[in-house]
Design a protein around this ligand. Sequence first.
Ligand SMILES: [Zn+2]
Length: 193
Amino acid sequence: MAKAQARKPISKGLRYGIFERDSFTCQYCGAKAPDVKLTVDHIIPVSANGDNDHSNLVTCCKDCNAGKGSKISLRTVTNNDLAGRLAEYGQRRELLEDLTRVEKAARRAAAKRLAPLLKLWEACCHTKPSLSLANLIEGFLSALGAAKVEEAVGVAGRWGRNLTGSDWSIVCKTAGYFAGVCKRMIAELEAKA
Ligand SMILES: [Zn+2]
């Protein structure tokens, strides 16, 4: 997952410059100071790596800033350059939001598919799978499908039952054996194809 960028403060001077450029008018609804409290909004959100460049900043009243979803139309932009950029950024933002949604849904789906296998690992191998082992299982899950990976976890669990030594060495050996079983399965599938 991309790390969210830390929010850099917008300096007073920059804030004033943005307000002045936008004639102290909310660029989303047209409300003016002092009727409303003005804020500066990031067109591309900081969470999507939007920066503090003046082209990414726009005057926005407190209400519009609170209801991000409703900032659809930019009715009051008189500066054509800015209007064009805002429209472009608006589309990019929608695209970014769509991508984030798709990515999150895919992650949720992957976690859902993985969860029963991690439980099975715990039951068969008597150890909690580490993160790297979970990644290994996930990798084989996409290559082999759940039924085959389940089978491989069972085989590795039975194989590892009589191992002796430290927990750590048993985990490593069992994971290695499991990977070997999965690789053999993949080779078998490839030979059949
Ligand atoms: Zn507004």
